[in-house]
Design a protein around this ligand. Structure first.
Ligand code: HEM
Length: 386
């Protein structure tokens, strides 16, 4: 148990902590290495921030080793819409559907490697490699490079050092390596264009606007970091939940058509990307509390997704929930560009896993340990009968 001075248990279920914050300090000053500013937890405040990009900018929201603003995440309107117009069609359901059969094959290869063992660490065996392999396939690169990509991604998200300054330095160094990998891929695709994403980015044009090579680098960099750990964390959260709730697990095995609705409810409940950051561009207020121009605002998506002021039966995980307007993919103009891809990866992952491993549980003695922010479960040890 680890309590803050305010009596918040940081090691318990996050939904309990979110409720405590909503009830006692819905707008709260925060000061730690990662962020000094204000945190908001009410659904109403969270959506106000996300829907007003003119007052709450996303420029400077992410510090992940980049040397220029990430496109389109750190671009404010109106310029932002120019990029989304160009990128949205490339990430639309019709395009994502073309990746479904290769994704299904990748999931099955990962399951083949562990199925006869009757046990695996789901995080390292399935949830972590899958999105890297999908990314490599999308970008027309060999899936054999998966370990290299996981190491690069971890170098940004979990730098293997102790203190904050060293972490920043490690991230910047890893960022340079990611740019180099992407630059090399751009050169290759310029010489031999195929139907991969980099070739499409280089070729895309909207209203006479084409992407520069730096644009393609800055988009590729964001895709790399936005598309890997988010899917890993979501699969981890979902399998950890299902391993501990055998009735719901059996329901998905018996009725795979229920998987999409179950996925949405678990995205709401778990909110694997727990929050995002914005920077106020002018003096304003949230729930009557002053916010100064230049203040960072931490927007708690997980809390908004479980706020009883907005949701009926907010703390009940209900796969039959009829209306589920969760904001696990964010909201407003920066709502996740990869949501169709993410949903396809999650659905195919859950379908194939439950087809092939119809009954599983946590290894005895294991309590899932969730990381903060992006809620991965590195110790997700599962067992099943062979
Ligand atoms: C379940 C998995 C995922 C979750 C939960 C998720 C969540 C999010 C969230 C919360 C945002 C908003 C960030 C903000 O407002 O600051 C976002 C934006 C974004 N995501 Fe995802 N994401 C997922 C998967 C992906 C994938 C697979 C890709 C692409 C490969 C992707 C690409 C992006 C991009 C490019 C943006 C920025 C959009 C913009 O600024 O217009 N995401 N995502």
């Amino acid at each position: 148990m680890s309590d803050t001075d305010d009596g918040i248990d940081l090691t318990g279920p996050p939904q309990e902590m979110y409720k405590f914050l909503r009830d006692h300090m819905p707008v709260m000053a925060v000061e730690h290495e990662m962020m000094t500013g204000t945190s908001v937890t009410l659904h109403a405040d969270v959506t106000t921030v996300l829907q007003n990009a003119d007052i709450f900018s996303s420029l400077g929201a992410a510090e992940i080793g980049q040397v220029r603003p990430l496109i389109p995440l750190e671009i404010d309107p109106p310029e932002h819409s120019k990029y989304r117009k160009l990128l949205d069609p490339l990430c639309a359901p019709r395009r994502v559907a073309l990746l479904e059969s290769s994704t299904r094959a990748l999931v099955n290869d990962l399951i083949d490697a562990v199925i006869d063992d009757g046990a695996c660490n789901f995080h390292t065996s399935v949830a972590e490699p899958l999105p890297s392999q999908v990314f490599l396939t999308m970008f027309g690169l060999p899936v054999e490079r998966t370990p290299e990509f996981i190491e690069l991604k971890d170098g940004i998200i979990r730098p293997p050092v102790e203190n904050f300054d060293e972490a920043t330095e490690f991230r910047n160094m890893t960022g340079q390596k990611i740019y180099a990998v992407l630059q090399e891929a751009i050169e290759e695709k310029k010489a031999n264009p195929t139907d991969d994403f980099i070739s499409q980015f280089l070729d895309a044009e909207v209203d006479g606007h084409r992407l520069s090579e730096n644009d393609v680098l800055d988009i590729g960099y964001l895709f790399f970091l936005a598309g890997l750990d988010t899917v890993t964390a979501s699969l981890d959260c979902m399998l950890a939940y299902l391993a501990q709730n055998p009735t719901e697990q059996k329901r998905l095995v018996d009725s795979p058509d229920d998987i999409p609705a179950a996925m949405e409810e678990l995205l709401r409940w778990e909110s694997p990307v727990a929050g995002v950051i914005r920077v106020a561009t002018q003096d304003t207020e949230l729930s009557g509390c002053p916010i100064q121009a230049g203040d960072k605002v931490s927007v708690n998506l997980g809390s908004a997704n479980t706020d009883e002021r907005f949701w009926t039966d907010a703390d009940k995980v209900d796969f039959d929930r009829e209306i589920n307007k969760h904001i696990a993919f964010g909201g407003g103009v920066h709502r996740c560009l990869g949501s169709h891809l993410a949903r396809m990866e999650l659905r195919v992952g859950l379908e194939e896993w439950h087809k092939r491993v119809p009954s599983y549980e946590l290894k005895p003695g294991i309590t899932p340990e969730y990381t903060m922010g992006l809620r991965s479960v590195d110790n997700l040890e599962l067992v099943w009968r062979t």
